[in-house]
Design a protein around this ligand. Structure first.
Ligand code: NAI
Ligand code: MG
Length: 504
């Protein structure tokens, strides 16, 4: 296996035009440089070359953005807009994403490293879908009337109802693994519920969010409703999490930063929702259709180069099929073509950054030292670019770091179990995380029984990583608080008011 040396397909004129425009902060409907005048470099992870500079927003810029969001919420057109008009704007955002799908996918592929086709038919398509699914909730989320039984005084009668209200000004901090899609997961439901927003994209991949900002304006979103502050996590992100003008923080990223957000939000009791890490078990029973389970298990870990919170990074196979499964996944891994995301032959791109490359290589080294054996991979490729070979590790123990911790790279551990339901349930649940799980079996009873025993927010049976705007997604345990997507996410962006009237 080697990195393909063929030239990457040149990107189209719209993406080139976007790259050549200056990249500022989006505050109150205007594009403006950071107050400090500072900028950040953006890299192509396939080469390490600088492809753009964006403004390095900081506390002062976050402050301006929060003020704009507050004004739009309390006094601006957003406070007076009907749910139907709101829904139409959100729908138009989805339409515009679809109209500019190739351009957005090229920007995403260049910035993040993922293959263009994955960006185009995965990230961008799902982002458009997310806006159009959430557009419907703008007119459909409503309260209820509730019969109450309390006796205050003889003959008193009450009428009670609830009203969902926007939670307020929302700070949203998103990661680099699905940059545009994570912006959509966050923005769409918050807009549908009538909130206003300050979004902070990841410093590694700020570009698609900035292009999205232009599309938000084109769709008719009033100034100040959604503001975009590019910048570092420790500065811009931390300032947003601690800002007293922010009512709620929605975060996706590492469990470690999730903890620091909870601490920052504790001062004024901001609402917090968190979508954090995972170390998800993927379980192959002896009766599984291995022709589906083996490529399924390979995709569960290698999709997005393992940089997915729900990656099936702990593969468990019944001892009777263990060798077949481990070797099958290794053979699959061996054939994956690595290269620039813009090269049409590429099946797996580079990791997103030098820091992630070092992190993943550190886990490969720790696995080696603790006695794990690589059936395939186990090493990085020489530069340029941040490539790591797809890796299948066996001879692992539950105590090893590489089994316990989130690697966030193309590295899977394969472990046997002995057909005992209790044994596999215990192993699968032995994690601080509880984001997702996979089960491969032809036995429908075993499938449902196992699904009920696994502590995970998503369980996929005879498939893996199936996401839909209508399906809630989020974690048990240290994988987070709350759910993204589906009707469930609306709770992240509403306060419920109960109104009671005495009638007689
Ligand atoms: P990170 O958690 O530092 O970054 C995610 C977002 O948080 C970025 O926008 C970043 O700017 C922001 N951020 C960082 N520090 C902050 C702070 N103190 N206050 C407010 N915002 C802050 O993740 P990082 O360092 O890029 O990756 C480290 C590990 O985190 C990965 O190897 C992976 O294990 C995990 N991760 C999980 C993700 C998920 O989807 N659940 C996504 C990205 C990373
Ligand atoms: Mg970090």
């Amino acid at each position: 296996m080697s990195v393909t040396q063929t030239a990457a397909r040149p990107i189209g004129r719209p993406a080139q035009n976007f790259l050549s425009r200056p990249k500022h902060l989006f505050i109150n409907g205007r594009w403006q440089p950071a107050v400090s005048g500072k900028t950040l470099e953006v890299q192509d992870p396939a080469t390490g070359d600088t492809i753009a500079h964006v403004s390095a927003g900081d506390r002062a810029d976050v402050d301006l953005a929060v003020k704009a969001a507050r004004e739009a919420l309390e006094n601006g057109p957003w406070s007076r807009i009907t749910p139907s008009e709101r829904g139409k704007i959100i729908w138009r955002i989805g339409d515009l994403i679809s109209q500019h799908a190739d351009e957005l996918a090229q920007i995403e592929s260049l910035d993040n490293g993922k293959p263009f086709a994955v960006a185009r038919f995965g990230d961008v398509a799902l982002a458009a879908d997310m806006f159009q699914y959430m557009a419907g909730w703008a007119t459909k989320k409503h309260g209820t009337t509730i019969p109450i039984s309390v006796i205050y005084q003889q003959g008193a009668k009450f009428h009670s109802y609830t009203v969902p209200e926007p939670v307020g000004v929302v700070g949203q901090i998103i990661p680099w693994n699905f940059p545009l899609l994570m912006a959509a997961w966050k923005l769409a439901p918050a807009l549908a519920m009538g909130c206003t927003i300050v979004l902070k994209p990841a410093e590694e991949t700020p570009l698609s969010a900035l292009r999205l900002g232009e599309l938000l304006a084109e769709a008719g979103l009033p100034p100040g409703v959604a503001n975009i502050i590019t910048g570092n996590g420790e500065t811009a992100g931390a300032a947003l999490a601690a800002h007293p003008g922010v009512d709620k923080i929605a975060f996706t990223g590492s469990t470690e930063v999730g903890r620091s957000i909870v601490r920052a939000a504790a001062g004024d009791m901001k609402r917090v929702s968190l979508e954090l890490g995972g170390k998800s078990p993927n379980i192959v029973l002896a009766d599984a259709d291995l022709e589906a389970a083996i490529p399924g298990a390979a995709n569960a870990i290698f999709f997005n180069h393992g940089q997915a919170c729900a990656a099936g990074s702990r593969l468990y196979a019944d001892r009777r099929v263990f060798d077949q499964v481990a070797e099958g996944v290794a053979r699959y891994a061996e054939k994956i073509k690595l290269g620039s995301g813009l090269d049409p032959n590429t099946e797996m791109g580079p990791l997103v950054s030098q820091a992630q490359h070092e992190r993943v290589c550190g886990y490969l080294e720790s696995g080696r030292q603790e006695g794990a054996r690589a059936l395939v991979g186990g090493e990085a490729l020489p530069g340029p670019g941040y490539f790591v070979r797809p890796t299948v590790l066996v001879d692992t123990q539950p105590s090893m770091k590489v089994v316990r911790e989130e690697v966030f790279g193309p590295v899977v551990t394969v472990m046997p179990f002995d057909g005992l339901d209790e044994d596999i349930v215990k192993q699968a649940n032995e994690s601080i995380y509880g984001l997702a799980a996979g089960i491969w079996t032809r036995d429908i009873s075993k499938a449902h029984l196992l699904a009920s025993r696994l502590k995970a927010g998503s369980v996929w049976i005879n498939c893996y990583g199936v996401f839909d705007a209508a399906l809630p997604f989020g974690g048990y345990k240290q994988s987070g608080w709350g759910r993204e997507m589906g009707e469930a996410v609306l709770a992240n962006y509403t306060e419920i008011k109960a109104v009671t009237i005495q009638l007689a």
